[in-house]
Design a protein around this ligand. Structure first.
Ligand SMILES: Cc1cc2c(cc1C)N(C[C@H](O)[C@H](O)[C@H](O)COP(=O)(O)OP(=O)(O)OC[C@H]1O[C@@H](n3cnc4c(N)ncnc43)[C@H](O)[C@@H]1O)c1[nH]c(=O)[nH]c(=O)c1N2
Ligand SMILES: O=C(O)Cc1ccc(O)cc1
Length: 497
């Protein structure tokens, strides 16, 4: 019990084989040895191991209020700004490990779950048992340091109709029946990042349901182990092509995988149900519990780490091939600095203006985090464009490790050296830039940043509609009135001329 080591995380996956499909086959045997999952499971394990580095103990863990064990800091229910800063410090260490390329390190969902448990009264409004369920579940996950995945989105079949109005009412995961033991769920959800190698899956409300009776069977929040019978993970193709860390420095380590989740009459025990059939409570769960704020806190920490990493790549390219003196290159690098400082400022503002919410949790200020989560999906594709603009053909004149060590090695040494670096290290840098900006891994990162927190168009709409606009409109009206008064006061008629 308490914060796990990487070995304990890997053992947990081995002990609980789950139904995972990839490349036309079911993963049989040890998933931690499967080519698509071996490297990412080692990377997630490395995150857990950081919790046991004696020099990082206080930076990565805190003392559990229930067991007295040291548990992961992302599970903390912050009570002070200091707690928030400690949590973001911990999140930054995890994000730095992968340059922000493991978007779904477990801290993202841990922070959300901690907030939901603090807001257990919200779930109790649906049913008093659900309030106890979410609290108990949070403690269970925290004390066992489990790795969570989540799935919110309905299958992309026909977006012009709600879940009940699809070609088949069982496309979207819904409740088929209730038993004394729990609810039975049939249908599918999208898109569980890290799903096949998580311990548990949260199946939470997603798109805004209409609030009519027909949506009730689609309205629920629950969590179950990933090896629950009938639960299937349908993976996309792996972007870890089994190449060396030199050839694919990111894809060979941080390919976190995304999977469609199918529920083939899955029994969800009542003690794991947190919301059921109450459409309004389902629609409000992330906002009303402030879980979305705490998750956004992790996201902005990750954005800082990722922007630092991309800026590091871009400025290294500029230096290595001698383009750093050109004005337009400096302008592009300055753009990355602006993005970095913007993200840092959002994070700092959110922590500095944090306040205790109605659930008693010290909660980062939402306005800067909400602005950040709307802005970054627009800035990240531009960051990647800058890498492409600076790297140019160098992102394609890119031999592999085998070429460097093979018969053409001397040619590479001569023609692919940089201004101040040998060919080996120049190619190594450019392969990293390629993996961040052009490989399947890199392209998926752009898509991830565009969409993972929701459809950017609807997110922007929600930002606009929820933002307090009256004070600004009133100010403009007052300004216009003032102009009129001044005109009247200074006009010849008013002066009696
Ligand atoms: C790489 C990656 C990883 C993840 C995820 C996505 C991606 C790309 N997601 C899913 C993510 O939450 C999801 O992509 C967004 O919410 C958008 O939903 P759809 O992808 O279904 O697009 P959707 O089909 O809704 O939209 C497609 C297009 O249609 C437009 N559109 C659709 N409906 C509209 C409407 N009503 N009004 C206006 N425009 C509309 C959109 O603006 C968009 O341009 C996820 N989810 C999850 O639960 N867990 C996870 O771990 C992840 N991980
Ligand atoms: O749906 C929401 O309101 C917030 C949300 C979006 C994406 C996600 O991964 C978690 C929560």
């Amino acid at each position: 019990m308490g914060a796990r080591t990487g070995a304990e995380y890997l053992r947990g996956l081995r002990e609980r084989p789950r139904e995972v499909w990839i490349h036309g086959e079911r993963v049989l045997g040890d998933i931690t040895e499967h080519p698509a999952f071996k490297n990412i499971t080692r990377s997630v394990a490395a995150l857990y191991d950081m919790q046991h580095d004696p020099s990082l103990r206080d930076a990565m863990t805190f003392v559990s209020p229930s067991s007295g064990e040291r548990v992961g800091l992302s599970f903390i229910q912050p009570r002070s700004q200091d707690d928030l800063r400690r949590r973001s410090g911990m999140m930054k260490r995890w994000a730095d490990y992968s340059g922000g390329f493991i978007g779904r390190s477990p801290d993202y969902l841990n922070a959300g779950l901690a907030a939901m448990a603090a807001a257990s009264d919200y779930f109790a409004r649906n049913d008093p048992r659900f309030g106890d369920n979410i609290k108990r579940y949070y403690e269970y996950v925290r004390e066992h340091d489990l790795c969570l995945t989540h799935t919110l989105i309905t299958p992309q079949v026909n977006r012009s109709a709600g879940p009940a109005r699809q070609a088949d009412p069982y496309i979207v995961a819904r409740v088929v029946k209730e038993t004394d033991a729990g609810i039975v769920v049939r249908g599918a959800r999208m898109l569980a990042t890290l799903g096949p190698i998580a311990d548990e899956i949260e199946v939470f409300p997603s798109t805004v349901l209409k609030g009519t009776e027909e949506d009730a069977p689609y309205s629920f929040a629950f969590a179950i182990p990933c090896d629950t019978p009938g639960l299937k993970f349908l993976c996309r193709e792996s972007f870890d092509y089994g190449r060396s860390h030199f050839d694919h420095p990111l894809g060979s380590r941080f390919e976190e995988m995304d999977a469609v989740v199918v529920f083939d009459d899955v029994l969800v025990p009542w003690e794991r149900v947190f919301l059921y059939q109450d459409v309004q409570l389902c629609n409000g769960v992330f906002a009303e519990t402030n879980a979305v704020v705490h998750m956004a806190h992790q996201v902005v920490v990750k954005n800082v780490a990722k922007t630092e990493f991309i800026f590091g790549i871009a400025t290294s390219i500029a230096d290595r091939i001698g383009i750093d003196g050109f004005q337009h290159v400096q302008e592009k690098l300055a753009e990355l600095i602006m993005t970095l400082e913007t993200m840092r400022a959002f994070l700092r503002a959110a922590e500095a203006d944090a306040a205790v919410d109605r659930w008693g949790v010290m909660t980062p200020a939402w306005a800067p985090l909400n602005a950040a989560r709307n802005l970054f999906p627009r800035l990240y594709p531009r960051m990647i464009e800058i890498i492409q603009q600076l790297g140019a053909s160098g992102l394609m004149a890119l031999p592999t490790e085998a070429d460097i060590h093979g018969p053409i090695g001397p040619l590479i040494d001569r023609y692919l050296q940089g201004r101040n670096v040998d060919a080996y290290n120049r190619v190594k840098l450019f392969r990293l830039a390629w993996d961040a900006s052009l490989s399947a891994f890199g392209a998926r990162q752009v898509l991830y940043e565009r969409f993972f927190f929701g459809d950017p168009v609807r997110m922007a709409g929600a930002l606009y509609t929820s933002y307090p606009k009256e004070p600004y409109k009133e100010r403009i009206q007052a300004f216009l009135d003032q102009v009129e008064q001044q005109e009247t006061a200074t006009s010849p008629v008013a002066d009696g001329e």
